[in-house]
Design a protein around this ligand. Structure first.
Ligand code: HEC
Length: 140
């Protein structure tokens, strides 16, 4: 019993020692990885910045919004999502007209994986429209 405890303590010390050997950047990377999701972040607090709270720094480009909020489905085809660059998949959609595509980008398509704003709750309408334009431009 005592021996097991000693071994356990030795392992703990070893683990602690190796933790100390982390470089500052490794430590920062780990802290970022284990940071709680949806952490409350007050506007103006630069210590918890990140893409999700960057909304105050002006509208994001279509590409930025796409990379952050749309690519999970629109580069994989998840749930039947038309993939960026897939001309055949986009042609019949583009034929519906940009107004329809913008509307579906903003409101989603009920009964499909396409949620309102693609699920991007912190995207402005203009940002979503820019992302739709970006996808259409890259798919024809
Ligand atoms: C969870 C997956 C998912 C995400 C995230 C997602 N989409 Fe979609 N999207 C879909 C699916 C699935 C469809 C195809 C729906 C259908 O027509 O059956 C679609 C279709 C579309 C269409 C075509 C609409 C039409 O009328 O044909 C547009 C435009 C679009 N998405 C824009 C976006 C934008 C912009 C974002 C990011 C802000 C986004 N989507 C994020 C799943 C997603």
């Amino acid at each position: 019993m005592f021996r097991t405890l000693t071994l356990f303590a030795a392992l703990l010390v070893a683990a602690a020692a190796s933790a100390v050997e982390l470089s500052e950047s490794q430590r920062a990377a780990i802290e970022e990885r284990i940071a709680p999701m949806g952490e409350v972040c007050l506007q103006g607090d630069s210590s918890c910045g990140g893409p999700a709270v960057a909304a105050s720094s002006g509208p994001r480009s279509g590409k930025e919004v796409f990379d952050a909020a749309c690519m999970a489905c629109h580069t994989t085809g998840a749930g039947g999502a038309p993939v960026l660059g897939d001309v055949d998949a986009w042609a019949p959609r583009i034929a519906k007209g940009m107004d329809t595509l913008h509307k579906h980008g903003l409101e989603g398509i009920p009964g499909t994986g396409m949620m309102a704003k693609g699920g991007c709750v912190n995207c402005s309408d203009d940002e979503v429209i820019a992302a739709v334009d970006y996808m259409v431009e890259g798919s024809q």
